[in-house]
Design a protein around this ligand. Structure first.
Ligand code: GAL
Length: 692
């Protein structure tokens, strides 16, 4: 009887996995599930049980297998061995660890590479990669795809109906390859001939090939563009980058469909590096959701204060959350560093507390799981200096491991009273904003920057950073989303546009939306060509402005000045001199140069909504921040005023405040709030969790 009760209470405390109707894969009551990578093939089999036992005792709920194990799974072509993996899965299950299974397409075995060297990636200079590292196979090679699919299908047949396997990760950090392999050249030509209805004059028109005698007479004359050539046709590059992104997402999507033939109640995802401008994330349509990997401390100095490099950039996880979550509404974090890494410019120890801070940041953004790379520190191979949850002896828990343990205990305690994920305060949702993002804009701008100091990411970040200081929930979205869900929609430097998009913006505004457009928006068509209308004229009827001309200033000289509400702000990267229409208010004007007094920022009402146009990119983003403050004020939406480095989010009826600054921060708790974790005085790298 006692035994039965024990078993029952153990089952009650274990998270439940699997489908429910409203939200298929994860259960809100679990808050977040935490797991860790394990590579059985790296360790003596006699140690596996000890490791899984300790993993479970620390609080981990799942593990992650077979990510790079193709050589062990298919030691010879067509000969498969899953027996060792079966034993690992069984032992993990003994310690209540569910498993994420992987497709090891990032590491082809040597028999494959030697027998079929044509699958190797080739760079622009013709250099082919070789066995001995990883990620050296071409996603465009039909042969590589075929061999991958064969192995994946066997794995899916074997594990697809196994309830110990909760989901699948495809490949590892799949990238968009700039691959000059012959197969890729061939595929690129097919792609173009489909895109342009097998009509070469359509392509010549889209690419403007009358310029410099670039005209093609057939698709098979076209090569992958040489990206390193300064004067390479940038319309061609735009199409090539679309193609390259598609090659990765198609390969992954095919893997996904194959697994879904066999998978019973198992989800499929991949673990992307948040390389926002690569163009493939979210484009494999059959995935259940996307997940990301994120490393915070690796020698970059963009944290706050002297020791900020030990904590990391305060918005690095927040931005990834806000980018990945809106894709399907569900996301996970597949890799977070457990301590020192081995590949940075300098690999310092994270500040005590920082690892737990990252975990809470992942939770705050809405993730359903957090997983760390990796359980044991490797004893050999490329990543010997990379920390694990435990150190080189395989059992001593490292400081980062202890922070994981603490986080997992905190989560388990909070599960007892957890509310649904969607329970958040109304003043928080009232501030909600979306940033419209399309990587093609930066592909296009980057080939014709006009000012070497221009930085599209920095430009977007000025707006993002401001919204986070307001305590606003932000979704980074693409054009597939319904804009009307957002009171505020910002399209920063959205260079490539067409009439259909401008119409959608107009409708959004007329029906009550508040649109913020910024410089460099809608100045080119989707092929990267300037339309034969006045420069920037595609959005004139929306903003009410005409664009007179734009100016760029030399760095290191007296900066340009722009005046807004009696204060001057410096700028030099991009300034558009606007001619406002009759019903357009001028919010800011230039305060220097021969266009002193001319409009830089305008605002107007249109239908039930508003359009704000910010024609200038400033150095520090303070002008942009104050423009957004003014807009929120005009709209009567109260905002917070958090210092850079302090972020707040809500989920499951809880507020989570994170301190990435170099000072303690005292948070003004809302009336009646109850502290669940931490205190209102939040130390450096500390976290406060309260019930709202
Ligand atoms: C990631 C990668 C992992 C591991 C890790 C080391 O980028 O996905 O496989 O190499 O880096 O920090």
């Amino acid at each position: 009887m006692k035994k039965l009760f024990l078993l029952f209470s153990l089952i009650c405390c274990l998270p439940s996995w699997g489908a429910n109707k409203m939200k298929p894969w994860f259960n809100d009551k679990n808050l977040i599930l935490t797991g860790v990578y394990y590579y059985p093939e790296h360790w003596k089999e006699s140690e596996w049980e000890r490791d899984f036992k300790q993993m479970h005792e620390l609080g981990f709920e799942f593990t992650h297998f077979a990510e790079f194990a193709w050589a062990q799974l298919e030691p010879e072509e067509g000969k498969y061995d899953f027996a060792w993996l079966d034993r690992a899965v069984a032992l993990a299950a003994k310690y209540h660890l569910k498993v994420i299974m992987c497709t090891s397409t990032a590491t082809p075995p040597i028999w494959l590479t030697r027998k079929y060297p044509e699958i190797l990636l080739k760079d622009e200079k013709g250099f082919s990669q070789d066995h001995g590292a990883r990620q050296h196979a071409s996603f465009s090679s039909p042969l590589y795809r075929e061999l991958s699919y064969k192995m994946i299908e066997k794995l899916a047949q074997h594990y697809g109906n196994d309830s110990r396997i909760v989901g699948w990760q495809l490949d590892n950090e799949p990238a968009v390859q700039f691959d000059y392999n012959d197969a890729a050249q061939k595929e690129f030509r097919h792609y173009l001939s489909d895109r342009y209805q097998n009509n070469i004059s359509q392509l010549n028109d889209a690419w403007g090939t009358s310029f410099w005698s670039e005209t093609y007479s057939s698709f098979d004359q076209i090569n992958i563009p040489q990206m390193s050539l300064m004067f390479m046709n940038h319309h061609q590059i735009l199409d090539y980058r679309r193609f390259a992104a598609k090659e990765s997402s198609d390969f992954l999507n095919n893997q996904c469909l194959l697994i879904k033939k066999y998978a019973q109640n198992q989800w499929v995802t991949s673990n992307y590096i948040p390389d926002y401008s690569a163009g493939h994330i979210g484009k494999s349509k059959d995935f259940d959701f996307v997940s990301y990997t994120r490393y915070m401390v690796y020698g970059d100095d963009d944290g706050i204060g002297d020791r900020g490099y030990r904590v990391g950039n305060p918005l690095r996880i927040a931005y990834a959350n806000d980018f990945f979550r809106p894709i399907t509404g569900v996301y996970g974090v597949m890799e977070l560093q457990p301590g020192q890494v081995n590949w940075g410019s300098i690999n310092p120890q994270p500040l005590p507390g920082a690892i737990r801070l990252w975990l809470w940041s992942v939770f705050a953004g809405g993730s359903d799981f957090a997983c760390t790379y990796r359980y044991r520190q490797p004893l050999y191979g490329t990543e010997q200096y990379h920390n694990g949850i435990v150190g080189t002896d395989g059992t001593t828990v490292l400081p980062g491991g202890r922070e994981y343990e603490q986080f997992m205990k905190e989560i388990v305690a909070l599960r007892k009273t957890a509310k649904d994920k969607a329970v958040v305060p109304t003043d928080y949702t009232a501030r909600k904003a979306a940033i419209l993002f399309n990587p093609e804009n930066s592909w296009s701008i980057d080939r014709q920057k006009q000012n070497k100091l221009w930085d599209t990411d920095r430009h977007i970040n000025h707006y993002y950073k401001t919204l986070k200081s307001f305590g606003a929930p932000v979704d980074i979205i693409d054009e597939s989303k319904d804009f009307s869900h957002y009171p505020i929609l910002i399209a920063p430097a959205y260079q490539l546009a067409d009439e259909a998009l401008v119409d959608r913006w107009r409708k959004y505004v007329e029906q009550g939306g508040n649109l913020v457009l910024t410089c460099r928006t809608a100045q080119k068509d989707r092929y990267g060509r300037l339309p034969a209308i006045s420069f920037g004229g595609m959005i004139s009827s929306l903003t009410g402005d005409k664009l007179d001309f734009y100016d760029l200033l030399l760095d290191g000289r007296t900066p340009g000045k722009v005046s807004f509400d009696s204060k001057d702000y410096d700028w030099n990267t991009w300034g558009e001199i606007l001619i406002p229409g009759k019903d357009t208010q001028v919010w800011a004007s230039y305060d220097s140069e021969f266009y002193k007094g001319k409009a830089a920022v305008t605002h107007r009402t249109l239908g039930k909504g508003t359009v704000t146009y910010v024609g200038v990119d400033t150095k520090d983003g303070e002008l942009e921040a104050n423009v957004l403050s003014k807009l929120y004020k005009e709209l009567n939406i109260p905002v917070m005023d958090l210092p850079y480095g302090v972020t707040i989010e809500y989920r499951n009826g809880m507020g989570i405040v994170m301190n990435y600054t170099d000072k303690d921060y005292t948070f003004q708790l809302p009336k009646g709030a109850k502290i669940l974790i931490g205190s209102a005085d939040i130390p450096v790298a500390g976290v406060l969790v309260f019930a709202d």
